[in-house]
Design a protein around this ligand. Structure first.
Ligand SMILES: Cc1ncc(COP(=O)(O)O)c(C=O)c1O
Length: 429
């Protein structure tokens, strides 16, 4: 599709820029203060779980299937919490640990353990010289920050509509023993919102890593976060591993962060019997015991997957109009202009937007001047370096519908103005 600004005559382009600058001035004068930066549930969403807080009181029975919730112990989590996590992930509860309130925290500790103590008898990563992690990009900035913190080299991998570029993943993982892991968000990926195809999941399960201590960090953060009754279907990676006859390859993580209360929920991890035993040993030193009162409240509120799904349908009713508003505003404001593309996810927390090359930093900074905070440009790439400087992550959940609509109207003007200026600069160069 032709770029509308590149197709204009010089005079038309000057006029278009003048009009857009005028619109930007009018927006600036309104003194807006809007935030479309982080993927947080809105207050309406967290309100959905308030009644959970009434399920534990001073007269409550503080045990679960005979396991005490009011004292130390039960390091793998309460039986009902492990059963719920296992049902959600489609794995055996024997291989599940429910501990802590943040899955990112568990991912960090798994990386840290591999770095300081090694995986499966291999030398710790810190004693192996330079080691690398593959980072499908655009991806989740906090993943990349964990590995970067340990000096692990983050290597970007292109994302396709089916998941990471598997030719590249296979080539690197199977030929280079310094590649130790890959960050994956297989369902409603952050930020593209795509779900991995069955073939992608199977190719992951069939990987033959050059390093015995390579692991896939399968962060299933958006496992139940569908916007529509029919969600994307993700193949169970542990079923695919069984089919492929592969073991000791995947750590899978998830949490109730965006089901109940972020930072006050339950986080869980599952892996093969060997791998989970190793993580259990590490966690027994890193942690004392899990937050079992939180777990008790959660399993009384959400006793099984059916209850989780019913609860998530309430979230979807709040979030879906916001995602639909993003599509509507972008289509109305930018559709057919040939300057931008964006994803249209059926779940998760983000929409991924691409403007012209060299536009993202300028759009984000212009938006800031106009009173709207966006996720920093480049944040979706390792080391904050988007090679095309084109990608912007839109997080529609937190603002109200009205604030979101206003922010998107500003966004359309900013994208158009920056794109027109880029077209003019290219002409003058
Ligand atoms: C892909 C992904 N994983 C993990 C998290 C954080 O989850 P938790 O609160 O369980 O650490 C987020 C939050 O935005 C996320 O997008």
């Amino acid at each position: 599709m032709a770029n509308v600004y590149e197709s204009m005559s010089n005079a038309q382009l000057d006029e278009a820029i003048r009009e857009l600058e005028e619109q930007a001035e009018q927006i600036r004068a309104r003194g807006l203060l809007l935030d479309m930066a982080r993927g947080k549930p809105s207050p309406e969403q967290t309100d959905l779980s308030r009644s959970m807080l009434d399920l534990l009181g001073s007269n409550s029975e503080l045990s679960d299937q005979g396991a005490p919730a009011d004292n130390y112990g039960i390091p793998d989590g309460l039986p009902s919490a492990r059963a719920l996590a296992a049902e959600l992930l489609g794995v055996s509860a024997d291989n599940v640990i429910v501990n802590g309130s943040s899955s990112l925290n568990l991912m960090h500790d798994a990386v840290c353990n591999a770095y300081t103590h090694g995986i499966g008898g291999a030398d710790p990563w810190c004693k192996q010289g330079e080691v690398k992690f593959l980072c499908p990009s655009p991806g989740y900035d906090r993943h990349f920050a964990v590995t970067a913190r340990y000096g692990i080299v983050n290597v970007p991998i292109a994302m396709t509509a089916d998941g990471p570029d598997m030719d590249e993943v296979e080539r690197l993982v199977e030929s280079d023993p310094t590649v130790k892991g890959i960050w994956c968000v297989p369902k409603y990926a952050n930020p593209t919102g795509i779900s991995y195809s069955n073939e992608t999941v199977r190719r992951f399960a069939r990987l033959k890593p050059a390093a015995t201590d390579f692991r896939i960090f399968w962060d299933n953060a958006y496992i139940v976060h569908d916007l529509y009754d029919e969600g994307d279907e993700l193949l169970n990676i542990f079923d695919a591993l069984e089919e492929a006859g592969t073991t000791d390859l995947v750590y899978e993580f998830a949490s109730t962060a965006k089901v109940t209360f972020p930072s006050s929920g339950m986080a869980f991890v599952t892996a093969s019997a060997n791998d989970i035993a190793e993580l259990r040993r590490a966690f027994s030193i890193m942690r004392v015991s899990p937050e079992k009162l939180t777990q008790l409240m959660h399993v009384r509120f959400l006793p099984d997957v059916a209850a989780v799904r019913a609860h998530m349908a309430k979230h979807a009713a709040i979030v879906r109009p916001r995602f639909e508003l993003v599509q509507q505003k972008l289509e109305e404001g930018l559709g057919g202009a040939g300057i931008a593309t964006w994803t249209n996810p059926r779940g998760g927390y983000f929409v991924s937007f691409d403007g012209p090359d060299g536009s993202a930093k300028r759009i984000v900074s212009l938006m800031k001047e106009l009173g709207v905070t966006l996720t920093g440009a480049g944040a979706t790439w390792p080391y904050g370096k988007d090679p095309r400087d084109s990608n912007i992550r839109i997080a529609p959940t937190y603002p109200s519908l009205q604030q979101l609509g206003e922010a998107l109207d500003v966004f359309v003007v900013a994208v158009r103005l920056v794109s027109a200026r880029i077209a003019q600069e290219e002409r003058q160069a």
